[in-house]
Design a protein around this ligand. Structure first.
Ligand code: HEM
Length: 506
């Protein structure tokens, strides 16, 4: 890379590379809460990136233990890198996959090559617009439970106000929504899975940095999570078999696989059954060939996918909602504008959100984009080169990991202007294209074929939840709020977001 004019910090130890220096910088930057409610969070969350980019330029190489990583910043390079051109030459590294092996396994997020292509093809239809329309009522139903709970809390309060920790409420709501919409799970079972999966996530993160301590606890939790999913899967199978009894294929135009349901779980189960049929008679050569092509859909794959979607569908949306409430609670003007729009929207649609009209929620749309820019849940994108590739004029050798610092790009003043660290939803008033110098600089959902498969679902969910809650309640940041964003896989508020909640009185 030096020959191409790209350098970087020298590794300080043979096995540790630059990890010690990076960890020290991060520890120091995050030692204290932020002094004020500033959105200038890159120096706090990526101090290593800030320091090294000032010394070596915005693209540089550093050592993650024994793994070399290239921080890449040029937007044209990033565009090409994430495009379909390099789809099969880049993917998740072994290190990335091992870190989450017990937690989400080789579900879509961690899959590579042909297996990824197959898995994506199976799940993508669950997120088509027509399917999303049917999910709306479930999202409304789950949000109404929150409305009910908050009404009760306010009724019981003598002061007509209560303090709530909104990140906890949004976390439960997002978990409830994904359980209901994609798995038709009951509230109770969804909650239990979500609690155990969160514990598994925390243990997995810890143990990857402690060389496998906690392994027994991890295995036990994994078994518990999987047996809860198994109950849901078996329940769905039994219901499908019952519905199939007495029917033949094509009766009323219905195929056997339709009986499994049209949500994510239904699509995956149907694929697994189809793969089983295809695999019979089990001609060994064919089976191996199919496996190599990634066309088998095993129960292991189904389980990993269930965990993957429970995790991805919950983690990021919860954070989008939490940070958006933090921003609105500290900006009365934008909260007022968003509420006016929500009230008008609900008034026009008999107090129920309407799918086709969601795109007309312009103010809410701008606020969500600005929230995703400032507090993007996924702060970086990482890929490993499986073969040597050329990206523009840049040669990336086989084995090099590439690292896109999304958060730093979202806050770059040369791209977004001097007010890059301010909350200004109006910058999106004419869409992403006009909001900055290069629309590629906005990538909360990534780009290209491996972009976020659930992005439309997430935006729909966020708009409905905000619309319903803003129309009934007001939100003010509690004086006890401590501004301390941290990164634990995703960008989170270290001490939560305490909010003073009141009924909205027009
Ligand atoms: C605000 C909400 C969300 C954000 C900001 C977000 C962000 C992202 C990003 C940046 C990626 C690419 C990761 C990478 O390439 O390294 C991604 C992938 C993914 N997301 Fe999301 N996501 C959100 C919501 C969701 C939801 C609601 C679901 C599912 C219900 C979901 C499922 C996935 C999956 C399965 C992938 C892997 C896609 C693939 O590799 O083909 N996400 N997401």
């Amino acid at each position: 890379m030096r020959r191409q004019g790209i350098s970087g910090p020298s590794p300080t130890s043979f096995f540790g590379g630059n990890l010690q220096e990076r960890n020290n910088l991060r520890k120091e930057a995050m030692l204290h809460d932020m002094q004020s409610l500033s959105h200038d969070i890159v120096p706090r969350l990526m101090p290593d990136y800030v320091q090294w980019s000032q010394t070596y330029g915005k693209s540089f190489v550093f050592w993650w233990g024994i793994e070399p990583r290239l921080a890449i910043y040029d937007l044209e390079h990033i565009k090409e890198l994430l495009s379909s051109k390099h789809m099969y030459s880049l993917g998740r590294s072994r290190l990335q996959q091992e870190g989450v092996m017990h937690f989400i396994g080789k579900g879509l997020l961690m899959a590579n090559g042909d297996a990824w292509t197959h898995q994506r093809r199976v799940v993508a239809p669950a997120f088509h617009v027509e399917k999303l329309k049917h999910q709306l009522e479930h999202i409304v139903e789950c949000t109404l439970e929150v409305v009910k709970l908050w009404n009760k809390m306010l009724c019981e309060s003598k002061e007509e106000r209560v303090e709530i920790e909104i990140s906890e409420h949004m976390s439960q709501l997002a978990g409830d929504i994904i359980a209901k919409t994609e798995f038709s799970s009951s509230h109770q079972k969804g909650k239990l899975i979500f609690l155990k999966l969160s514990a598994l996530q925390k243990l997995s993160i810890h143990s990857s940095s402690r060389f496998g301590s906690n392994l027994q606890r991890i295995r036990k939790l994994k078994e518990e999570v999987e047996s809860l999913f198994m109950e849901i899967i078996e329940g769905r199978r039994a219901a499908a078999l019952q519905a199939m009894a007495g029917h033949t294929d094509d009766e009323d135009g219905q195929q056997k696989n339709d009986y499994y349901g049209q949500d994510l779980l239904g699509l995956m189960l149907a694929e697994m059954e189809a793969a089983k049929l295809e695999a019979a008679p089990p001609l060994r050569g064919q089976r191996r060939q199919r496996q190599q092509l990634g066309r088998m859909y095993t129960s292991r794959q189904l389980m990993d996918e269930c965990k993957t979607f429970f995790f991805t569908g919950h983690e990021t949306t919860w954070l989008l909602l939490t940070w958006t409430f933090m921003l609105l609670a500290s900006s009365p003007t934008w909260q007022h504008r968003a509420r006016q729009e929500a009230l008008l929207f609900l008034h026009q649609h008999g107090d129920m959100p309407d799918f086709d009209m969601l795109s007309r929620l312009k103010v809410l749309g701008m606020i969500l984009l600005e929230s995703l820019r400032l507090y993007t849940p996924a702060t970086l994108l990482a890929r490993e080169a499986f073969s040597s590739i050329k990206v523009g004029d840049l040669e990336i050798p086989k084995g090099l990991s590439v690292w896109v610092p999304v958060l730093a790009i979202h806050h770059d003043k040369t791209i977004w202007g001097e007010d890059a660290d301010e909350f200004k939803p109006e910058r999106f008033s004419e869409g992403v294209v006009k909001a900055c110098k290069n629309p590629m600089a906005f990538m909360p959902f990534s780009f290209g074929p491996r972009n976020c498969v659930g992005q439309n679902f997430a935006m729909m969910e966020a708009k409905i939840v905000l619309c319903m809650l803003l129309s009934q309640f007001t939100f003010h940041l509690s004086p006890s709020y401590r501004h301390a964003p941290i990164c634990i896989l995703t960008l989170q508020p270290k001490h939560g977001v305490p909010i003073i909640l009141r009924h909205f009185r027009p």
